[in-house]
Design a protein around this ligand. Sequence first.
Ligand SMILES: *Cc1c(COP(=O)(O)O)cnc(C)c1O
Length: 395
Amino acid sequence: MKKIYADNAATTAVSPKVLEKMLPYFTEVYGNPSSLYATGASAKKAVETARENIARNLGAEHASEIYFTSGGSESDNWAIKGVCRALKSKGKNHIITSKIEHHAVLHTLDALKKEGFEVTYLDVYENGIVRVSDVEKAIRPETALVTIMYANNEIGTIQPIREIGKVCREHGVLFHTDAVQAIGNLPVNVKDDNIDLLSMTAHKIHGPKGCGCLYVRRGVRIENLIDGGAQERGKRAGTENTAGIVGLDAALQLTVDTRKKRNAHLLPLRDKLIDSLLKIERSRLNGDRENRLPGNINMCFEGIEGESLLLKLDLNGISASSGSACTSGSLDPSHVLLALGLPHEIAHGSLRLSFGDDITEEDIDYIAEVVPQIVDYLRNMSPLWEKIKKEEKEN
Ligand SMILES: *Cc1c(COP(=O)(O)O)cnc(C)c1O
């Protein structure tokens, strides 16, 4: 049977090229980067070279603006808590975000609300995109931070980050973006995009799990995350994950080098499959059709449960998801789909397909053939679908 991995927004396979670069740092160059002997010094050099490369690839001015972390969730937590807590004594106790952020941001904000911060959640309207004018209207004298993701992990919508950053600069408010999904797919540049803090992670771009980084523009005050040794300028202590850091650098370089080619491959395939799946009765594409990640499709099919669809797809060799990996397992509909204004019963029947560059036209045609069959099969046993059809007849 065909095997298709269509869940690259949840995680990706480590690229053999990335793995090859990492391997020596487990068994040969294993020294502690803080040690003075040769194998320690070599590890230190690898970490600092990675820091320089990553800074360059993100458009940062100084390598010292890059702090290594364990991934996207840690970077989001640190950026938001670290900056807001540092600003609280100055009377800044207000934060602006969007309704469709990752839980690493939303739950961090829940924690800060318990400390007395107030949070404004911006609407994303039907197309899943924040309006720059709404950001500007929400800014107050006591606003500490605006945190809005670069691209959404469920519906793939891309936010007007550069314009949002510009508005924040004009009002003297710090701007953080969770760029986990955007990195690799879009030409992210912290300087051109007016970004003060940026989160990214390796495992969404064919790097290893458990390694990411946070960009903090020079001059931005941020509280320490982990007290201990002098690593990461004393702000995030702990012996460096040398192999992971080398992997993060290699993965970022690979994705930057191959982005144009990959997107040229993915875009037409994505659009072909969207057109094909939209032919299914009572289906809809979630999120803006144009401003979306090249490998992302998120659709709803009325009258069925997303979970049953996923299980059936799995039996047919297709690994997909209903949205965020972090919400599957819970029966609550996705907060992202609800933010688009979808009613609960429709938001339940969602399917997210996220492709990597290994996807072929043949795979796309196979998915286009299998999904309508499964939707039909499930609808035939669905009381909800029966009800929808009955109401259709009555009207
Ligand atoms: C995956 C993801 C995260 C979490 O990253 P981890 O490295 O898994 O902690 C954060 N934000 C977004 C948008 C993501 O897609």
